[in-house]
Design a protein around this ligand. Structure first.
Ligand code: PBG
Length: 327
């Protein structure tokens, strides 16, 4: 018998065979674009995220039309308010920037894609934490849940179809679900950022939302060392009634993602965060990696690990490339 008998390379011999033998592929419909909307008339660039801006309402309207034309599945909205206070009043004010932007974009785009909103207080508090603070300065879990309930009502009223609970408070999914249900919003869905790690890769996001945070979020976000705990958080959110669970960041946490995908009976998403974006952009700008291939491979890897959909700042560009390839 000659060796090798078994030749896996056969299926790699031509482009046509490789395409047919490909185990997964990325489709525009499963991509979600995170978008920042600021108060004020002009859009502003975000230095640490080249190509990403803080939109005005007007430029956000144009961007959401472009996103729908590219065929992506949805957008995730973040508000950048002018004024912040201790309890994040802007988050629950119908005239607050996130709620105003939500109404405008739902009005603009209708059913062409899903308008989703970040449900967290950090963009709205003057201390920059994801919740309200107790007298001794620690983030008060249960007092924060009351704010999240009000925020959920404000966002659902503004027309958000899917609320992205990213604050990592215990019991947040159950609290928000209950409030939505007793107020007639039983069809508003909940995306739980279940396994959200206290990550250095959120660095550029802090610039994107002009965060005022001093210190870190380690008393509520997960320790990067913990895989089991991430899976447990996802299970708790499923039990509390989440419609979708998420792992975040994505690239460094593919093991957690694969494990959550293996156990979950609801959709599992992943968030390719600002620092993942910035790293590839920075290396590509130096000519050190092939930008397009690196972007495509990074999102493909997140899909391969088990994500049903991916939040990525490249959503529209990637969708455009995917369309070109099919044409
Ligand atoms: C919280 C929130 C954050 C991100 C998304 N939602 C910041 C944080 O938890 O520190 C980070 C997203 C990114 O880095 O792209 N509102």
């Amino acid at each position: 018998m000659t060796n090798p008998v078994i030749r896996p390379r056969r299926l790699r011999t031509s482009g046509a065979l490789r395409r047919l033998a490909s185990e997964i592929r990325v489709h525009p419909a499963e991509l979600v674009l995170p978008m920042f909307v600021r108060e004020g008339d002009d859009a502003r660039p975000i230095t640490s995220m080249p190509g990403v801006v803080q939109h005005s309402i007007d430029s956000a309207r144009r961007a959401v039309v472009e996103a729908a034309e590219a065929g992506i599945g949805g957008i995730m909205l973040f508000g950048v308010p002018e004024v912040r206070d201790a309890i994040g009043t802007g988050a629950t004010d119908p005239a607050g920037i996130l709620n105003v932007a939500t109404r405008a974009l739902v009005d603009e785009i209708g059913d062409a894609l899903v308008v989703q909103t970040d449900l967290c207080l950090d963009e709205f508090t003057d201390h920059g934490h994801c919740g309200v603070l107790a007298a001794d300065g620690h983030v008060d879990n249960d007092a924060t849940l009351e704010r999240y309930r009000d925020m959920a009502l404000a966002q659902a009223t503004a027309g958000s179809a899917l609320l992205g609970l990213s604050g990592m408070m215990d019991g947040q999914v159950a609290a928000v679900r209950e409030t939505l249900d007793v107020n007639g919003f039983e069809d508003t869905a909940v995306l739980a950022y279940s396994a959200k790690y206290a990550s250095a890769f959120y660095g550029p996001f802090r610039e994107a939302v002009a965060s005022t945070l001093v210190g870190d979020r380690r008393t509520y976000q997960l320790d990067p060392a913990n895989r089991r705990e991430g899976v447990r958080e996802a299970q708790l959110d499923i039990d509390e009634g989440a419609d979708i669970v998420m792992v975040k960041p994505a690239g460094g946490y593919l093991d957690v993602l694969a494990e959550v995908a293996a156990m979950s009976d609801i959709p599992v998403w992943a968030y390719q965060v600002s620092g993942e974006y910035a790293m590839i952009e920075a290396a590509a700008a130096q000519g050190w990696i092939d930008r397009r291939r690196a972007v495509e491979e990074s999102v493909l890897s997140i899909r391969r690990a088990g994500a049903d959909a991916v939040l990525t700042y490249w959503a529209v560009e990637l969708a455009t490339w995917l369309k070109e390839e099919r044409a």
